[in-house]
Design a protein around this ligand. Structure first.
Ligand code: PHE
Length: 341
C-alpha cells in the first residue's frame, strides 16, 4: 500500500514540477514545502513507517529515500534553472547600449591652447624646458634688465599698462628670460609661454595676447644656431616645405637683432590674402642676447653667449586656422569655438 502511495506521489509531484514555469517561482517554493515541509507529504509517509512490519520497513525506507533524493534533485535543478534565467533577464535589462550616441557635449581645446601645446611638444622634443613667470611684473624685469632703461625710446614700441611707476602687466615674455638668467646656471635651453598685455586693439591686436619666448645660453652660440633652431621649429609647425628669411631689426636686449619671416603656409610663397600678396609672413623677433643683458643677470659674457626669440601665439593660431580677426579668440562665442573641434 505504502509503496503504491510513494509511486503515485512521485509521479504526481513530478508532473507538478514540470508544469511550473519561470513566471511562477513561488509555485516551486510551495511544492518544496508541500513535499519536504513539517507537514509535507513525504514527511507524513515516512511517519507511516511505524505501522509496517520489520520485514517491510527496510524496503519501504529505501524507496522513501529514493523518492526523496529524486524529488530533491528535480526541484533543485529547476531552482537552478530559475536562477540562471533570472540572471539572464537582469543582464539583459541592465545592458548598456554603447552604440547609443552620447548626450554629453564634447568640447575642444581653445585654438591658442592648441598652438601652445603643439609648440611646447616640438620645443620639449628639442631639449627645451618650459618655465613660466608672473604676469604682474616689475619695470626692472620687463625693461631695465633687458637693457631698456627708463626713457629709452624702445619702450615706445610696447604701449605698456603700468599699475604704478614700478609695477606693470608684462608687455613681453622676455621678462621671464631676465628672471631665469639670474637663477639658472648655463648652459640651458628654456621656453617661456604666457599672456602678455599692451594697449593695442584692432583686428590683429588685442590688449591681452600670448607670446612664446625661447632662450638658449651656451658657449660658442652664433646666428647659425639661431637660424637652424628657428628653421626646425617653423618646419615642424608649418610643414616641411617652409622657408625662413632674416631681416635686420632692433631690440635693446639682442645684438644683432633680426625679424624673421616665414613662407606663407597657405600659398607657399605665391602670394595670397593671408600674406597680403607678399608670399611671406612676419612672425618673430629674435637675436643674439646682448652681452650687457648677460652681465646684468650675472652670466659671464666672455664665456657664454645666447640667442633668444619671441613670437605671438595668437598670430600663429590665426594663420593655422585661417582666422581673420583676433577678437574671435576672446569673445567666448560658442559658435566660433564649435568650429575649432
Ligand atoms: N620681446 C620681443 C617683442 O615682444 C620679441 C623678442 C624676443 C625679440 C626675444 C628678440 C628676442 O617684440
Amino acid at each position: 500500500m505504502l509503496t503504491e502511495d510513494l509511486e503515485n506521489l512521485k509521479r504526481e509531484i513530478c508532473g507538478e514540477i514540470d508544469e511550473i514555469d519561470f513566471s511562477n517561482k513561488k509555485g516551486l517554493a510551495d511544492i518544496r514545502v508541500k513535499v519536504f515541509g513539517k507537514a509535507g507529504c513525504l514527511t507524513l509517509l515516512s511517519k507511516g513507517m511505524r505501522d509496517l512490519s520489520p520485514e517491510e520497513r527496510p524496503v519501504v525506507g529505501a524507496l522513501i529515500n529514493e523518492v526523496r533524493n529524486f524529488l530533491e534533485e528535480k526541484i533543485s535543478s529547476k531552482e537552478k534553472d530559475f536562477e540562471k534565467q533570472e540572471l539572464r533577464e537582469r543582464l539583459e535589462k541592465e545592458k548598456i547600449d554603447i552604440t547609443e550616441p552620447s548626450r554629453e557635449k564634447i568640447g575642444a581645446a581653445h585654438p591658442i591652447s592648441n598652438v601652445l601645446d603643439r609648440l611646447t611638444d616640438i620645443c620639449v622634443s628639442l631639449g627645451f624646458s618650459v618655465v613660466e613667470g608672473p604676469e604682474i611684473e616689475t619695470d626692472y624685469y620687463n625693461f631695465e634688465a633687458l637693457n631698456t632703461p627708463k626713457n629709452h625710446p624702445a619702450r615706445d614700441m610696447q604701449d605698456t599698462f603700468f599699475i604704478n611707476d614700478n609695477i606693470l602687466v608684462r608687455s613681453q615674455t622676455s621678462a621671464v628670460q631676465a628672471r631665469e638668467m639670474e637663477v639658472r646656471k648655463p648652459p640651458f635651453k628654456i621656453i617661456c609661454p604666457g599672456k602678455t598685455y599692451r594697449n593695442d586693439s584692432d583686428s590683429t591686436h588685442s590688449p591681452v595676447f600670448h607670446q612664446l619666448e625661447g632662450l638658449v645660453i651656451d658657449e660658442n652660440i652664433s646666428m647659425a644656431d639661431l637660424k637652424a633652431m628657428l628653421t626646425i621649429l617653423m618646419k615642424r609647425l608649418y610643414g616641411e616645405d617652409t622657408t625662413i628669411r632674416f631681416r635686420p631689426s632692433f631690440f635693446p636686449f639682442t645684438e644683432p637683432s633680426i625679424e624673421v619671416d616665414v613662407s606663407c603656409p597657405n600659398c607657399h610663397g605665391k602670394g595670397c590674402q593671408t600674406c597680403k600678396g607678399t608670399g611671406m609672413l612676419e612672425l618673430l623677433g629674435a637675436g643674439i642676447v646682448n652681452p650687457k643683458v648677460l652681465e646684468m643677470s650675472g652670466i659671464d659674457s666672455k664665456k657664454y653667449r645666447g640667442f633668444a626669440f619671441g613670437f605671438g601665439l595668437d598670430r600663429t593660431a590665426m594663420i593655422l586656422n585661417s582666422i581673420n580677426n583676433i577678437r574671435y579668440f576672446y569673445r567666448n562665442d560658442i559658435r566660433f569655438l564649435n568650429q575649432m573641434k
